[in-house]
Design a protein around this ligand. Structure first.
Ligand SMILES: Cc1ncc(COP(=O)(O)O)c(C=O)c1O
Length: 385
């Protein structure tokens, strides 16, 4: 436990103080990196820590910081977002079924098809914007629904409160992959979800230098079940990577403000550009979608996608950009551009990609903290050429 008190603090203060108050010996402001596997017992009794797969003070500090941001019952940190999702699905039994947002991150689809199907856990992809479709796919063996909103890469918005009610009325659990929004923009547990799941590699860590995943649980029972499973399977985040995550977390709120403000300007610029056919960004969506999003989030985030009028020009565009770097991943301080059709979503079968609108002219932008003029000039030059 931290020696620090956090009575009704704002998110900006909670993030800035992530990991403060965890050094009982010297009072170090920055949580030390406890690079140890094991802990000397006081006499024959066990101390607060025993073995680092089970718990580690650096990881403990970061987990408490994340949990505080979400108002959860407990948080756990993993070696990657996929490791976090894997442990979540491992709570299921043979014969169980999972529903997933149809345009969720391609890797989420891949572990279900390539890994869990072998263990008798099936999955269906469904349009989670449409409650009727979700209800049709909720079978007696559906135990878990994994939703991304806004989704990746088309920024579709699913109604979280209504989904939580529907999923719970079928005795299933709702997990929200909140990677794009983070707790500073959207708090799934307060909207009724059972789990907020993260690729902490993205905004939470924020600097494209650490792979990490996280799950924050709504109830203590859910937390204990995941804690035991995590201790048994062992994909826990190491102390150095945890420290990098904690360090990144401290600036999450201001990074998010800056990245979102840049993204809003870029979305408007692209919307008005004659080489761009469509822009996907919740602020530019039709009123009902925008209202739905803002009823469950406090901002639009910094991810957007756009469709080029001439799909073949995507290679030239990526070649010409200088400030915005062609690279997968997202959520870091540097702006990155991705071609979902060939990169993040190539795991999806081609007909499915086309059905979802993940077509060759679609580009996804993760907007960083650079000066907005540099970003707009970069895009303007690259699109003109
Ligand atoms: C929305 C989303 N969820 C999960 C993941 C997987 O996370 P990781 O790459 O940290 O394993 C990603 C990765 O891009 C993602 O974008």
């Amino acid at each position: 436990m931290s020696s620090h008190e956090f009575p009704n603090w704002h998110l900006e203060s909670l993030t800035a103080h992530a990991g403060v108050g965890y050094d009982p010996v010297y009072g170090a402001i920055s949580t030390p990196v406890y690079q140890t596997v094991t802990y000397q017992h006081p006499g024959s009794e066990l101390g607060p820590y025993d073995y680092s797969r089970t718990d580690n003070p650096t990881r403990h500090a970061a987990q408490e910081a994340l949990n505080r941001l979400e108002n959860g019952a407990g948080a756990l940190l993993y070696t990657s977002g996929m490791a976090a999702l894997t442990v979540l699905v491992q709570t299921l039994q043979q014969g169980d079924h999972v529903l997933i947002t149809e345009d969720a991150y391609g890797g989420t689809y891949r572990i279900m098809v390539d890994v869990f199907s072998k263990f008798g856990v099936s999955a269906s992809m469904v349009n989670t914007r449409d409650l009727n479709q979700v209800e049709e796919h909720l079978g007696p063996n559906t135990r878990l629904v994994i939703v991304e909103t806004p989704s990746n890469p088309l920024l579709h918005v699913s109604p979280l409160r209504e989904l939580a009610d529907l999923v719970h009325s079928h005795q299933a659990e709702l997990a929200v992959d909140n990677t794009f929004m983070t707790a500073v923009r959207q708090r799934p547990l307060e909207l009724g979800a059972d789990y907020a799941v993260y690729s902490a590699t993205k905004y939470l860590a924020g600097h494209n230098d650490v792979l990490a995943g996280a799950i924050v649980c709504k109830t203590i029972n859910q937390y204990r079940r995941l804690y035991d499973l995590t201790n048994a399977t062992g994909s826990v985040l190491g102390p150095w990577d945890t420290w990098l995550l904690l360090r990144g977390l401290k600036t999450l709120a201001i990074r998010m403000d800056r990245q979102e403000s840049n993204a809003r300007s870029i979305a408007r610029f692209l919307y008005a550009h004659d080489r761009v056919q469509a822009v996907y960004y919740p602020e530019l969506a039709e009123d009902s979608i925008k209202t739905r999003h803002m009823s469950q989030a406090s901002g639009y985030g910094a991810m957007l996608s756009f469709l080029l009028k001439e799909p073949d020009t995507y290679i030239a565009l990526m070649d010409k950009l200088k400030v915005i770097l062609p690279a997968v991943s997202l959520g870091g301080v540097e702006s990155l551009i991705t071609h979902p059709y060939n990169e993040t979503h190539r795991e999806l079968p081609e007909p499915m990609r086309r059905h979802l609108g993940i077509i060759p002219g679609l580009m996804r932008l993760s907007v960083g903290i650079e000066h907005i003029d540099d970003l707009l000039n970069d895009l303007s030059d690259a699109l003109r050429s």
